[in-house]
Design a binder for this molecule. Structure first.
Ligand code: SAH
Ligand code: SF4
Length: 353
């Protein structure tokens, strides 16, 4: 898909034509300009040539049938991954589907949440040790259009069954706050009632703790959900797992979060991946509880998805860790594991050649 010539192609048309075109793409999710019958045949042909809508992607459906991963090929040949997670309506199981836009049919009830986990960069420069994306290094930032394209891809599929994307999380490849402007541009389009109409409370940004980003977000009029990748309760361990901690130590990140809460009055989620023998001890649980003792903080425990370097914590250990948080009255949730069989779970996003 490439809309960079859209304004140019429509420059001699009345102004409302551009609005019509944008609505067709971002609201009605057409996948070919021939569907835009309000345009003349000549104009539709020209648009198909100069602003192609096709999204080149391969798709995998998980065995549990609750998630679908798409590998989207960008204009310059680079690839990104994005995942649709269906909270209550299973998709029809399938194997690899080569041409999703014509072959994949979804079934299920229409009331479930449909969350798209989007990538904000190709790769990631921050190199967290437990994360597959971090291992592939950094290629480039995504444009706002390339971020939006990921949600459009699934919106087109969901349209077939009469449903739509209800939630967007920036938890795919990359660090959203290192691509701040394009991420916010995309968020505004997702939120726009003229287009996707997804509420700010249904949009989440997860950051490894880029302080400038947290500060800028608190100045925005759109207060999306903020999540902080914590993963360790002290700098010594966090530095080992997340090199970015050397630049942005815990104390400074938490100070920025407190200022954010002061301004926005919004809850903040702290993500904590439980890694066997690394950050899952009783002592870690106690230290974490001490840090998290603030009214609008809450912890989101994530089971480590295998990416090569570590092992996930055993169930008994996870239960003990949770029991300590409970005893110390820390609010926490545990993340449901989507798509680990198709490498579409948190931290498993990687494109290897
Ligand atoms: N770069 C951002 C957003 C993308 S990562 C960030 O780090 O917050 C999305 C979430 O997946 C983060 O909380 C990240 O720490 C977590 N994650 C990374 N690797 C993981 C793994 N192997 N298992 C489980 N979660 C992982
Ligand atoms: Fe980048 Fe987030 Fe992965 Fe760290 S966890 S390498 S910040 S994508």
């Amino acid at each position: 898909m490439d809309l960079s010539n859209l304004e140019k192609v429509l420059e001699n048309e009345p102004k409302y034509r551009l609005n019509q075109a944008n609505e067709a793409v971002f609201k009605n999710f057409i996948s070919d300009w021939s569907e835009a019958t309000f345009f003349s045949k000549d104009l539709r042909d020209k648009l198909n040539k100069e602003c192609p809508l096709e999204i080149k992607a391969d798709v995998l459906v998980s065995k549990k049938e609750d998630s679908i991963k798409a590998r989207i090929k960008l204009k310059d040949g680079l690839m990104i991954e994005t995942v649709l997670m269906r909270h209550s309506s299973p998709t029809k199981s399938g194997q690899q589907i080569a041409n999703p836009q014509s072959n994949l049919k979804l079934v299920g009830d229409k009331d479930g949440r449909n969350t798209v986990c989007v990538s904000s960069q190709v790769g990631c420069p921050l190199g967290c040790l437990f994360c597959a994306t971090g291992k592939m290094g950094f290629k480039r930032n995504l444009s706002a259009d390339e971020i939006i394209e990921q949600v459009i891809f699934f919106s087109r599929l969901l349209k077939i069954e009469g449903s739509s994307v209800t939630n967007v999380t920036f938890m795919g490849m990359g660090e959203p706050f290192l691509n701040y402007d394009n991420v916010i541009k995309a968020v505004k389009i997702f939120n726009d009632p003229k287009y996707f109409n997804i509420g700010v409370r249904s949009i989440s940004i997860s950051t490894a703790g880029i302080i400038e980003g947290i500060k800028k977000l608190s100045e925005e009029s759109l207060h999306v959900n903020l999540a902080i990748s914590l993963h360790a309760p002290n700098d010594k361990l966090r530095k080992e797992l997340m090199p970015i901690d050397k630049k942005y130590p815990l104390e400074e990140v938490l100070k920025a979060v407190d200022e954010y809460i002061e301004k926005t009055k919004r809850k903040v989620m702290f993500e904590y991946v439980l890694i066997k023998g690394v950050n899952d001890s009783d002592e870690c649980a106690k230290q974490l509880s001490k840090l998290m003792k603030k009214p609008l903080y809450f912890v989101n425990l994530i089971l480590y998805n295998k990416t090569g370097s570590f092992e996930p914590s055993e169930t008994k250990r996870v239960e003990k860790f949770k029991a300590i948080l409970e005893k110390l009255k820390i609010r926490y949730t545990q993340r449901y594991r989507f798509g680990d069989d198709i490498n579409a779970a948190c931290g498993q996003f990687i494109i290897s050649k």
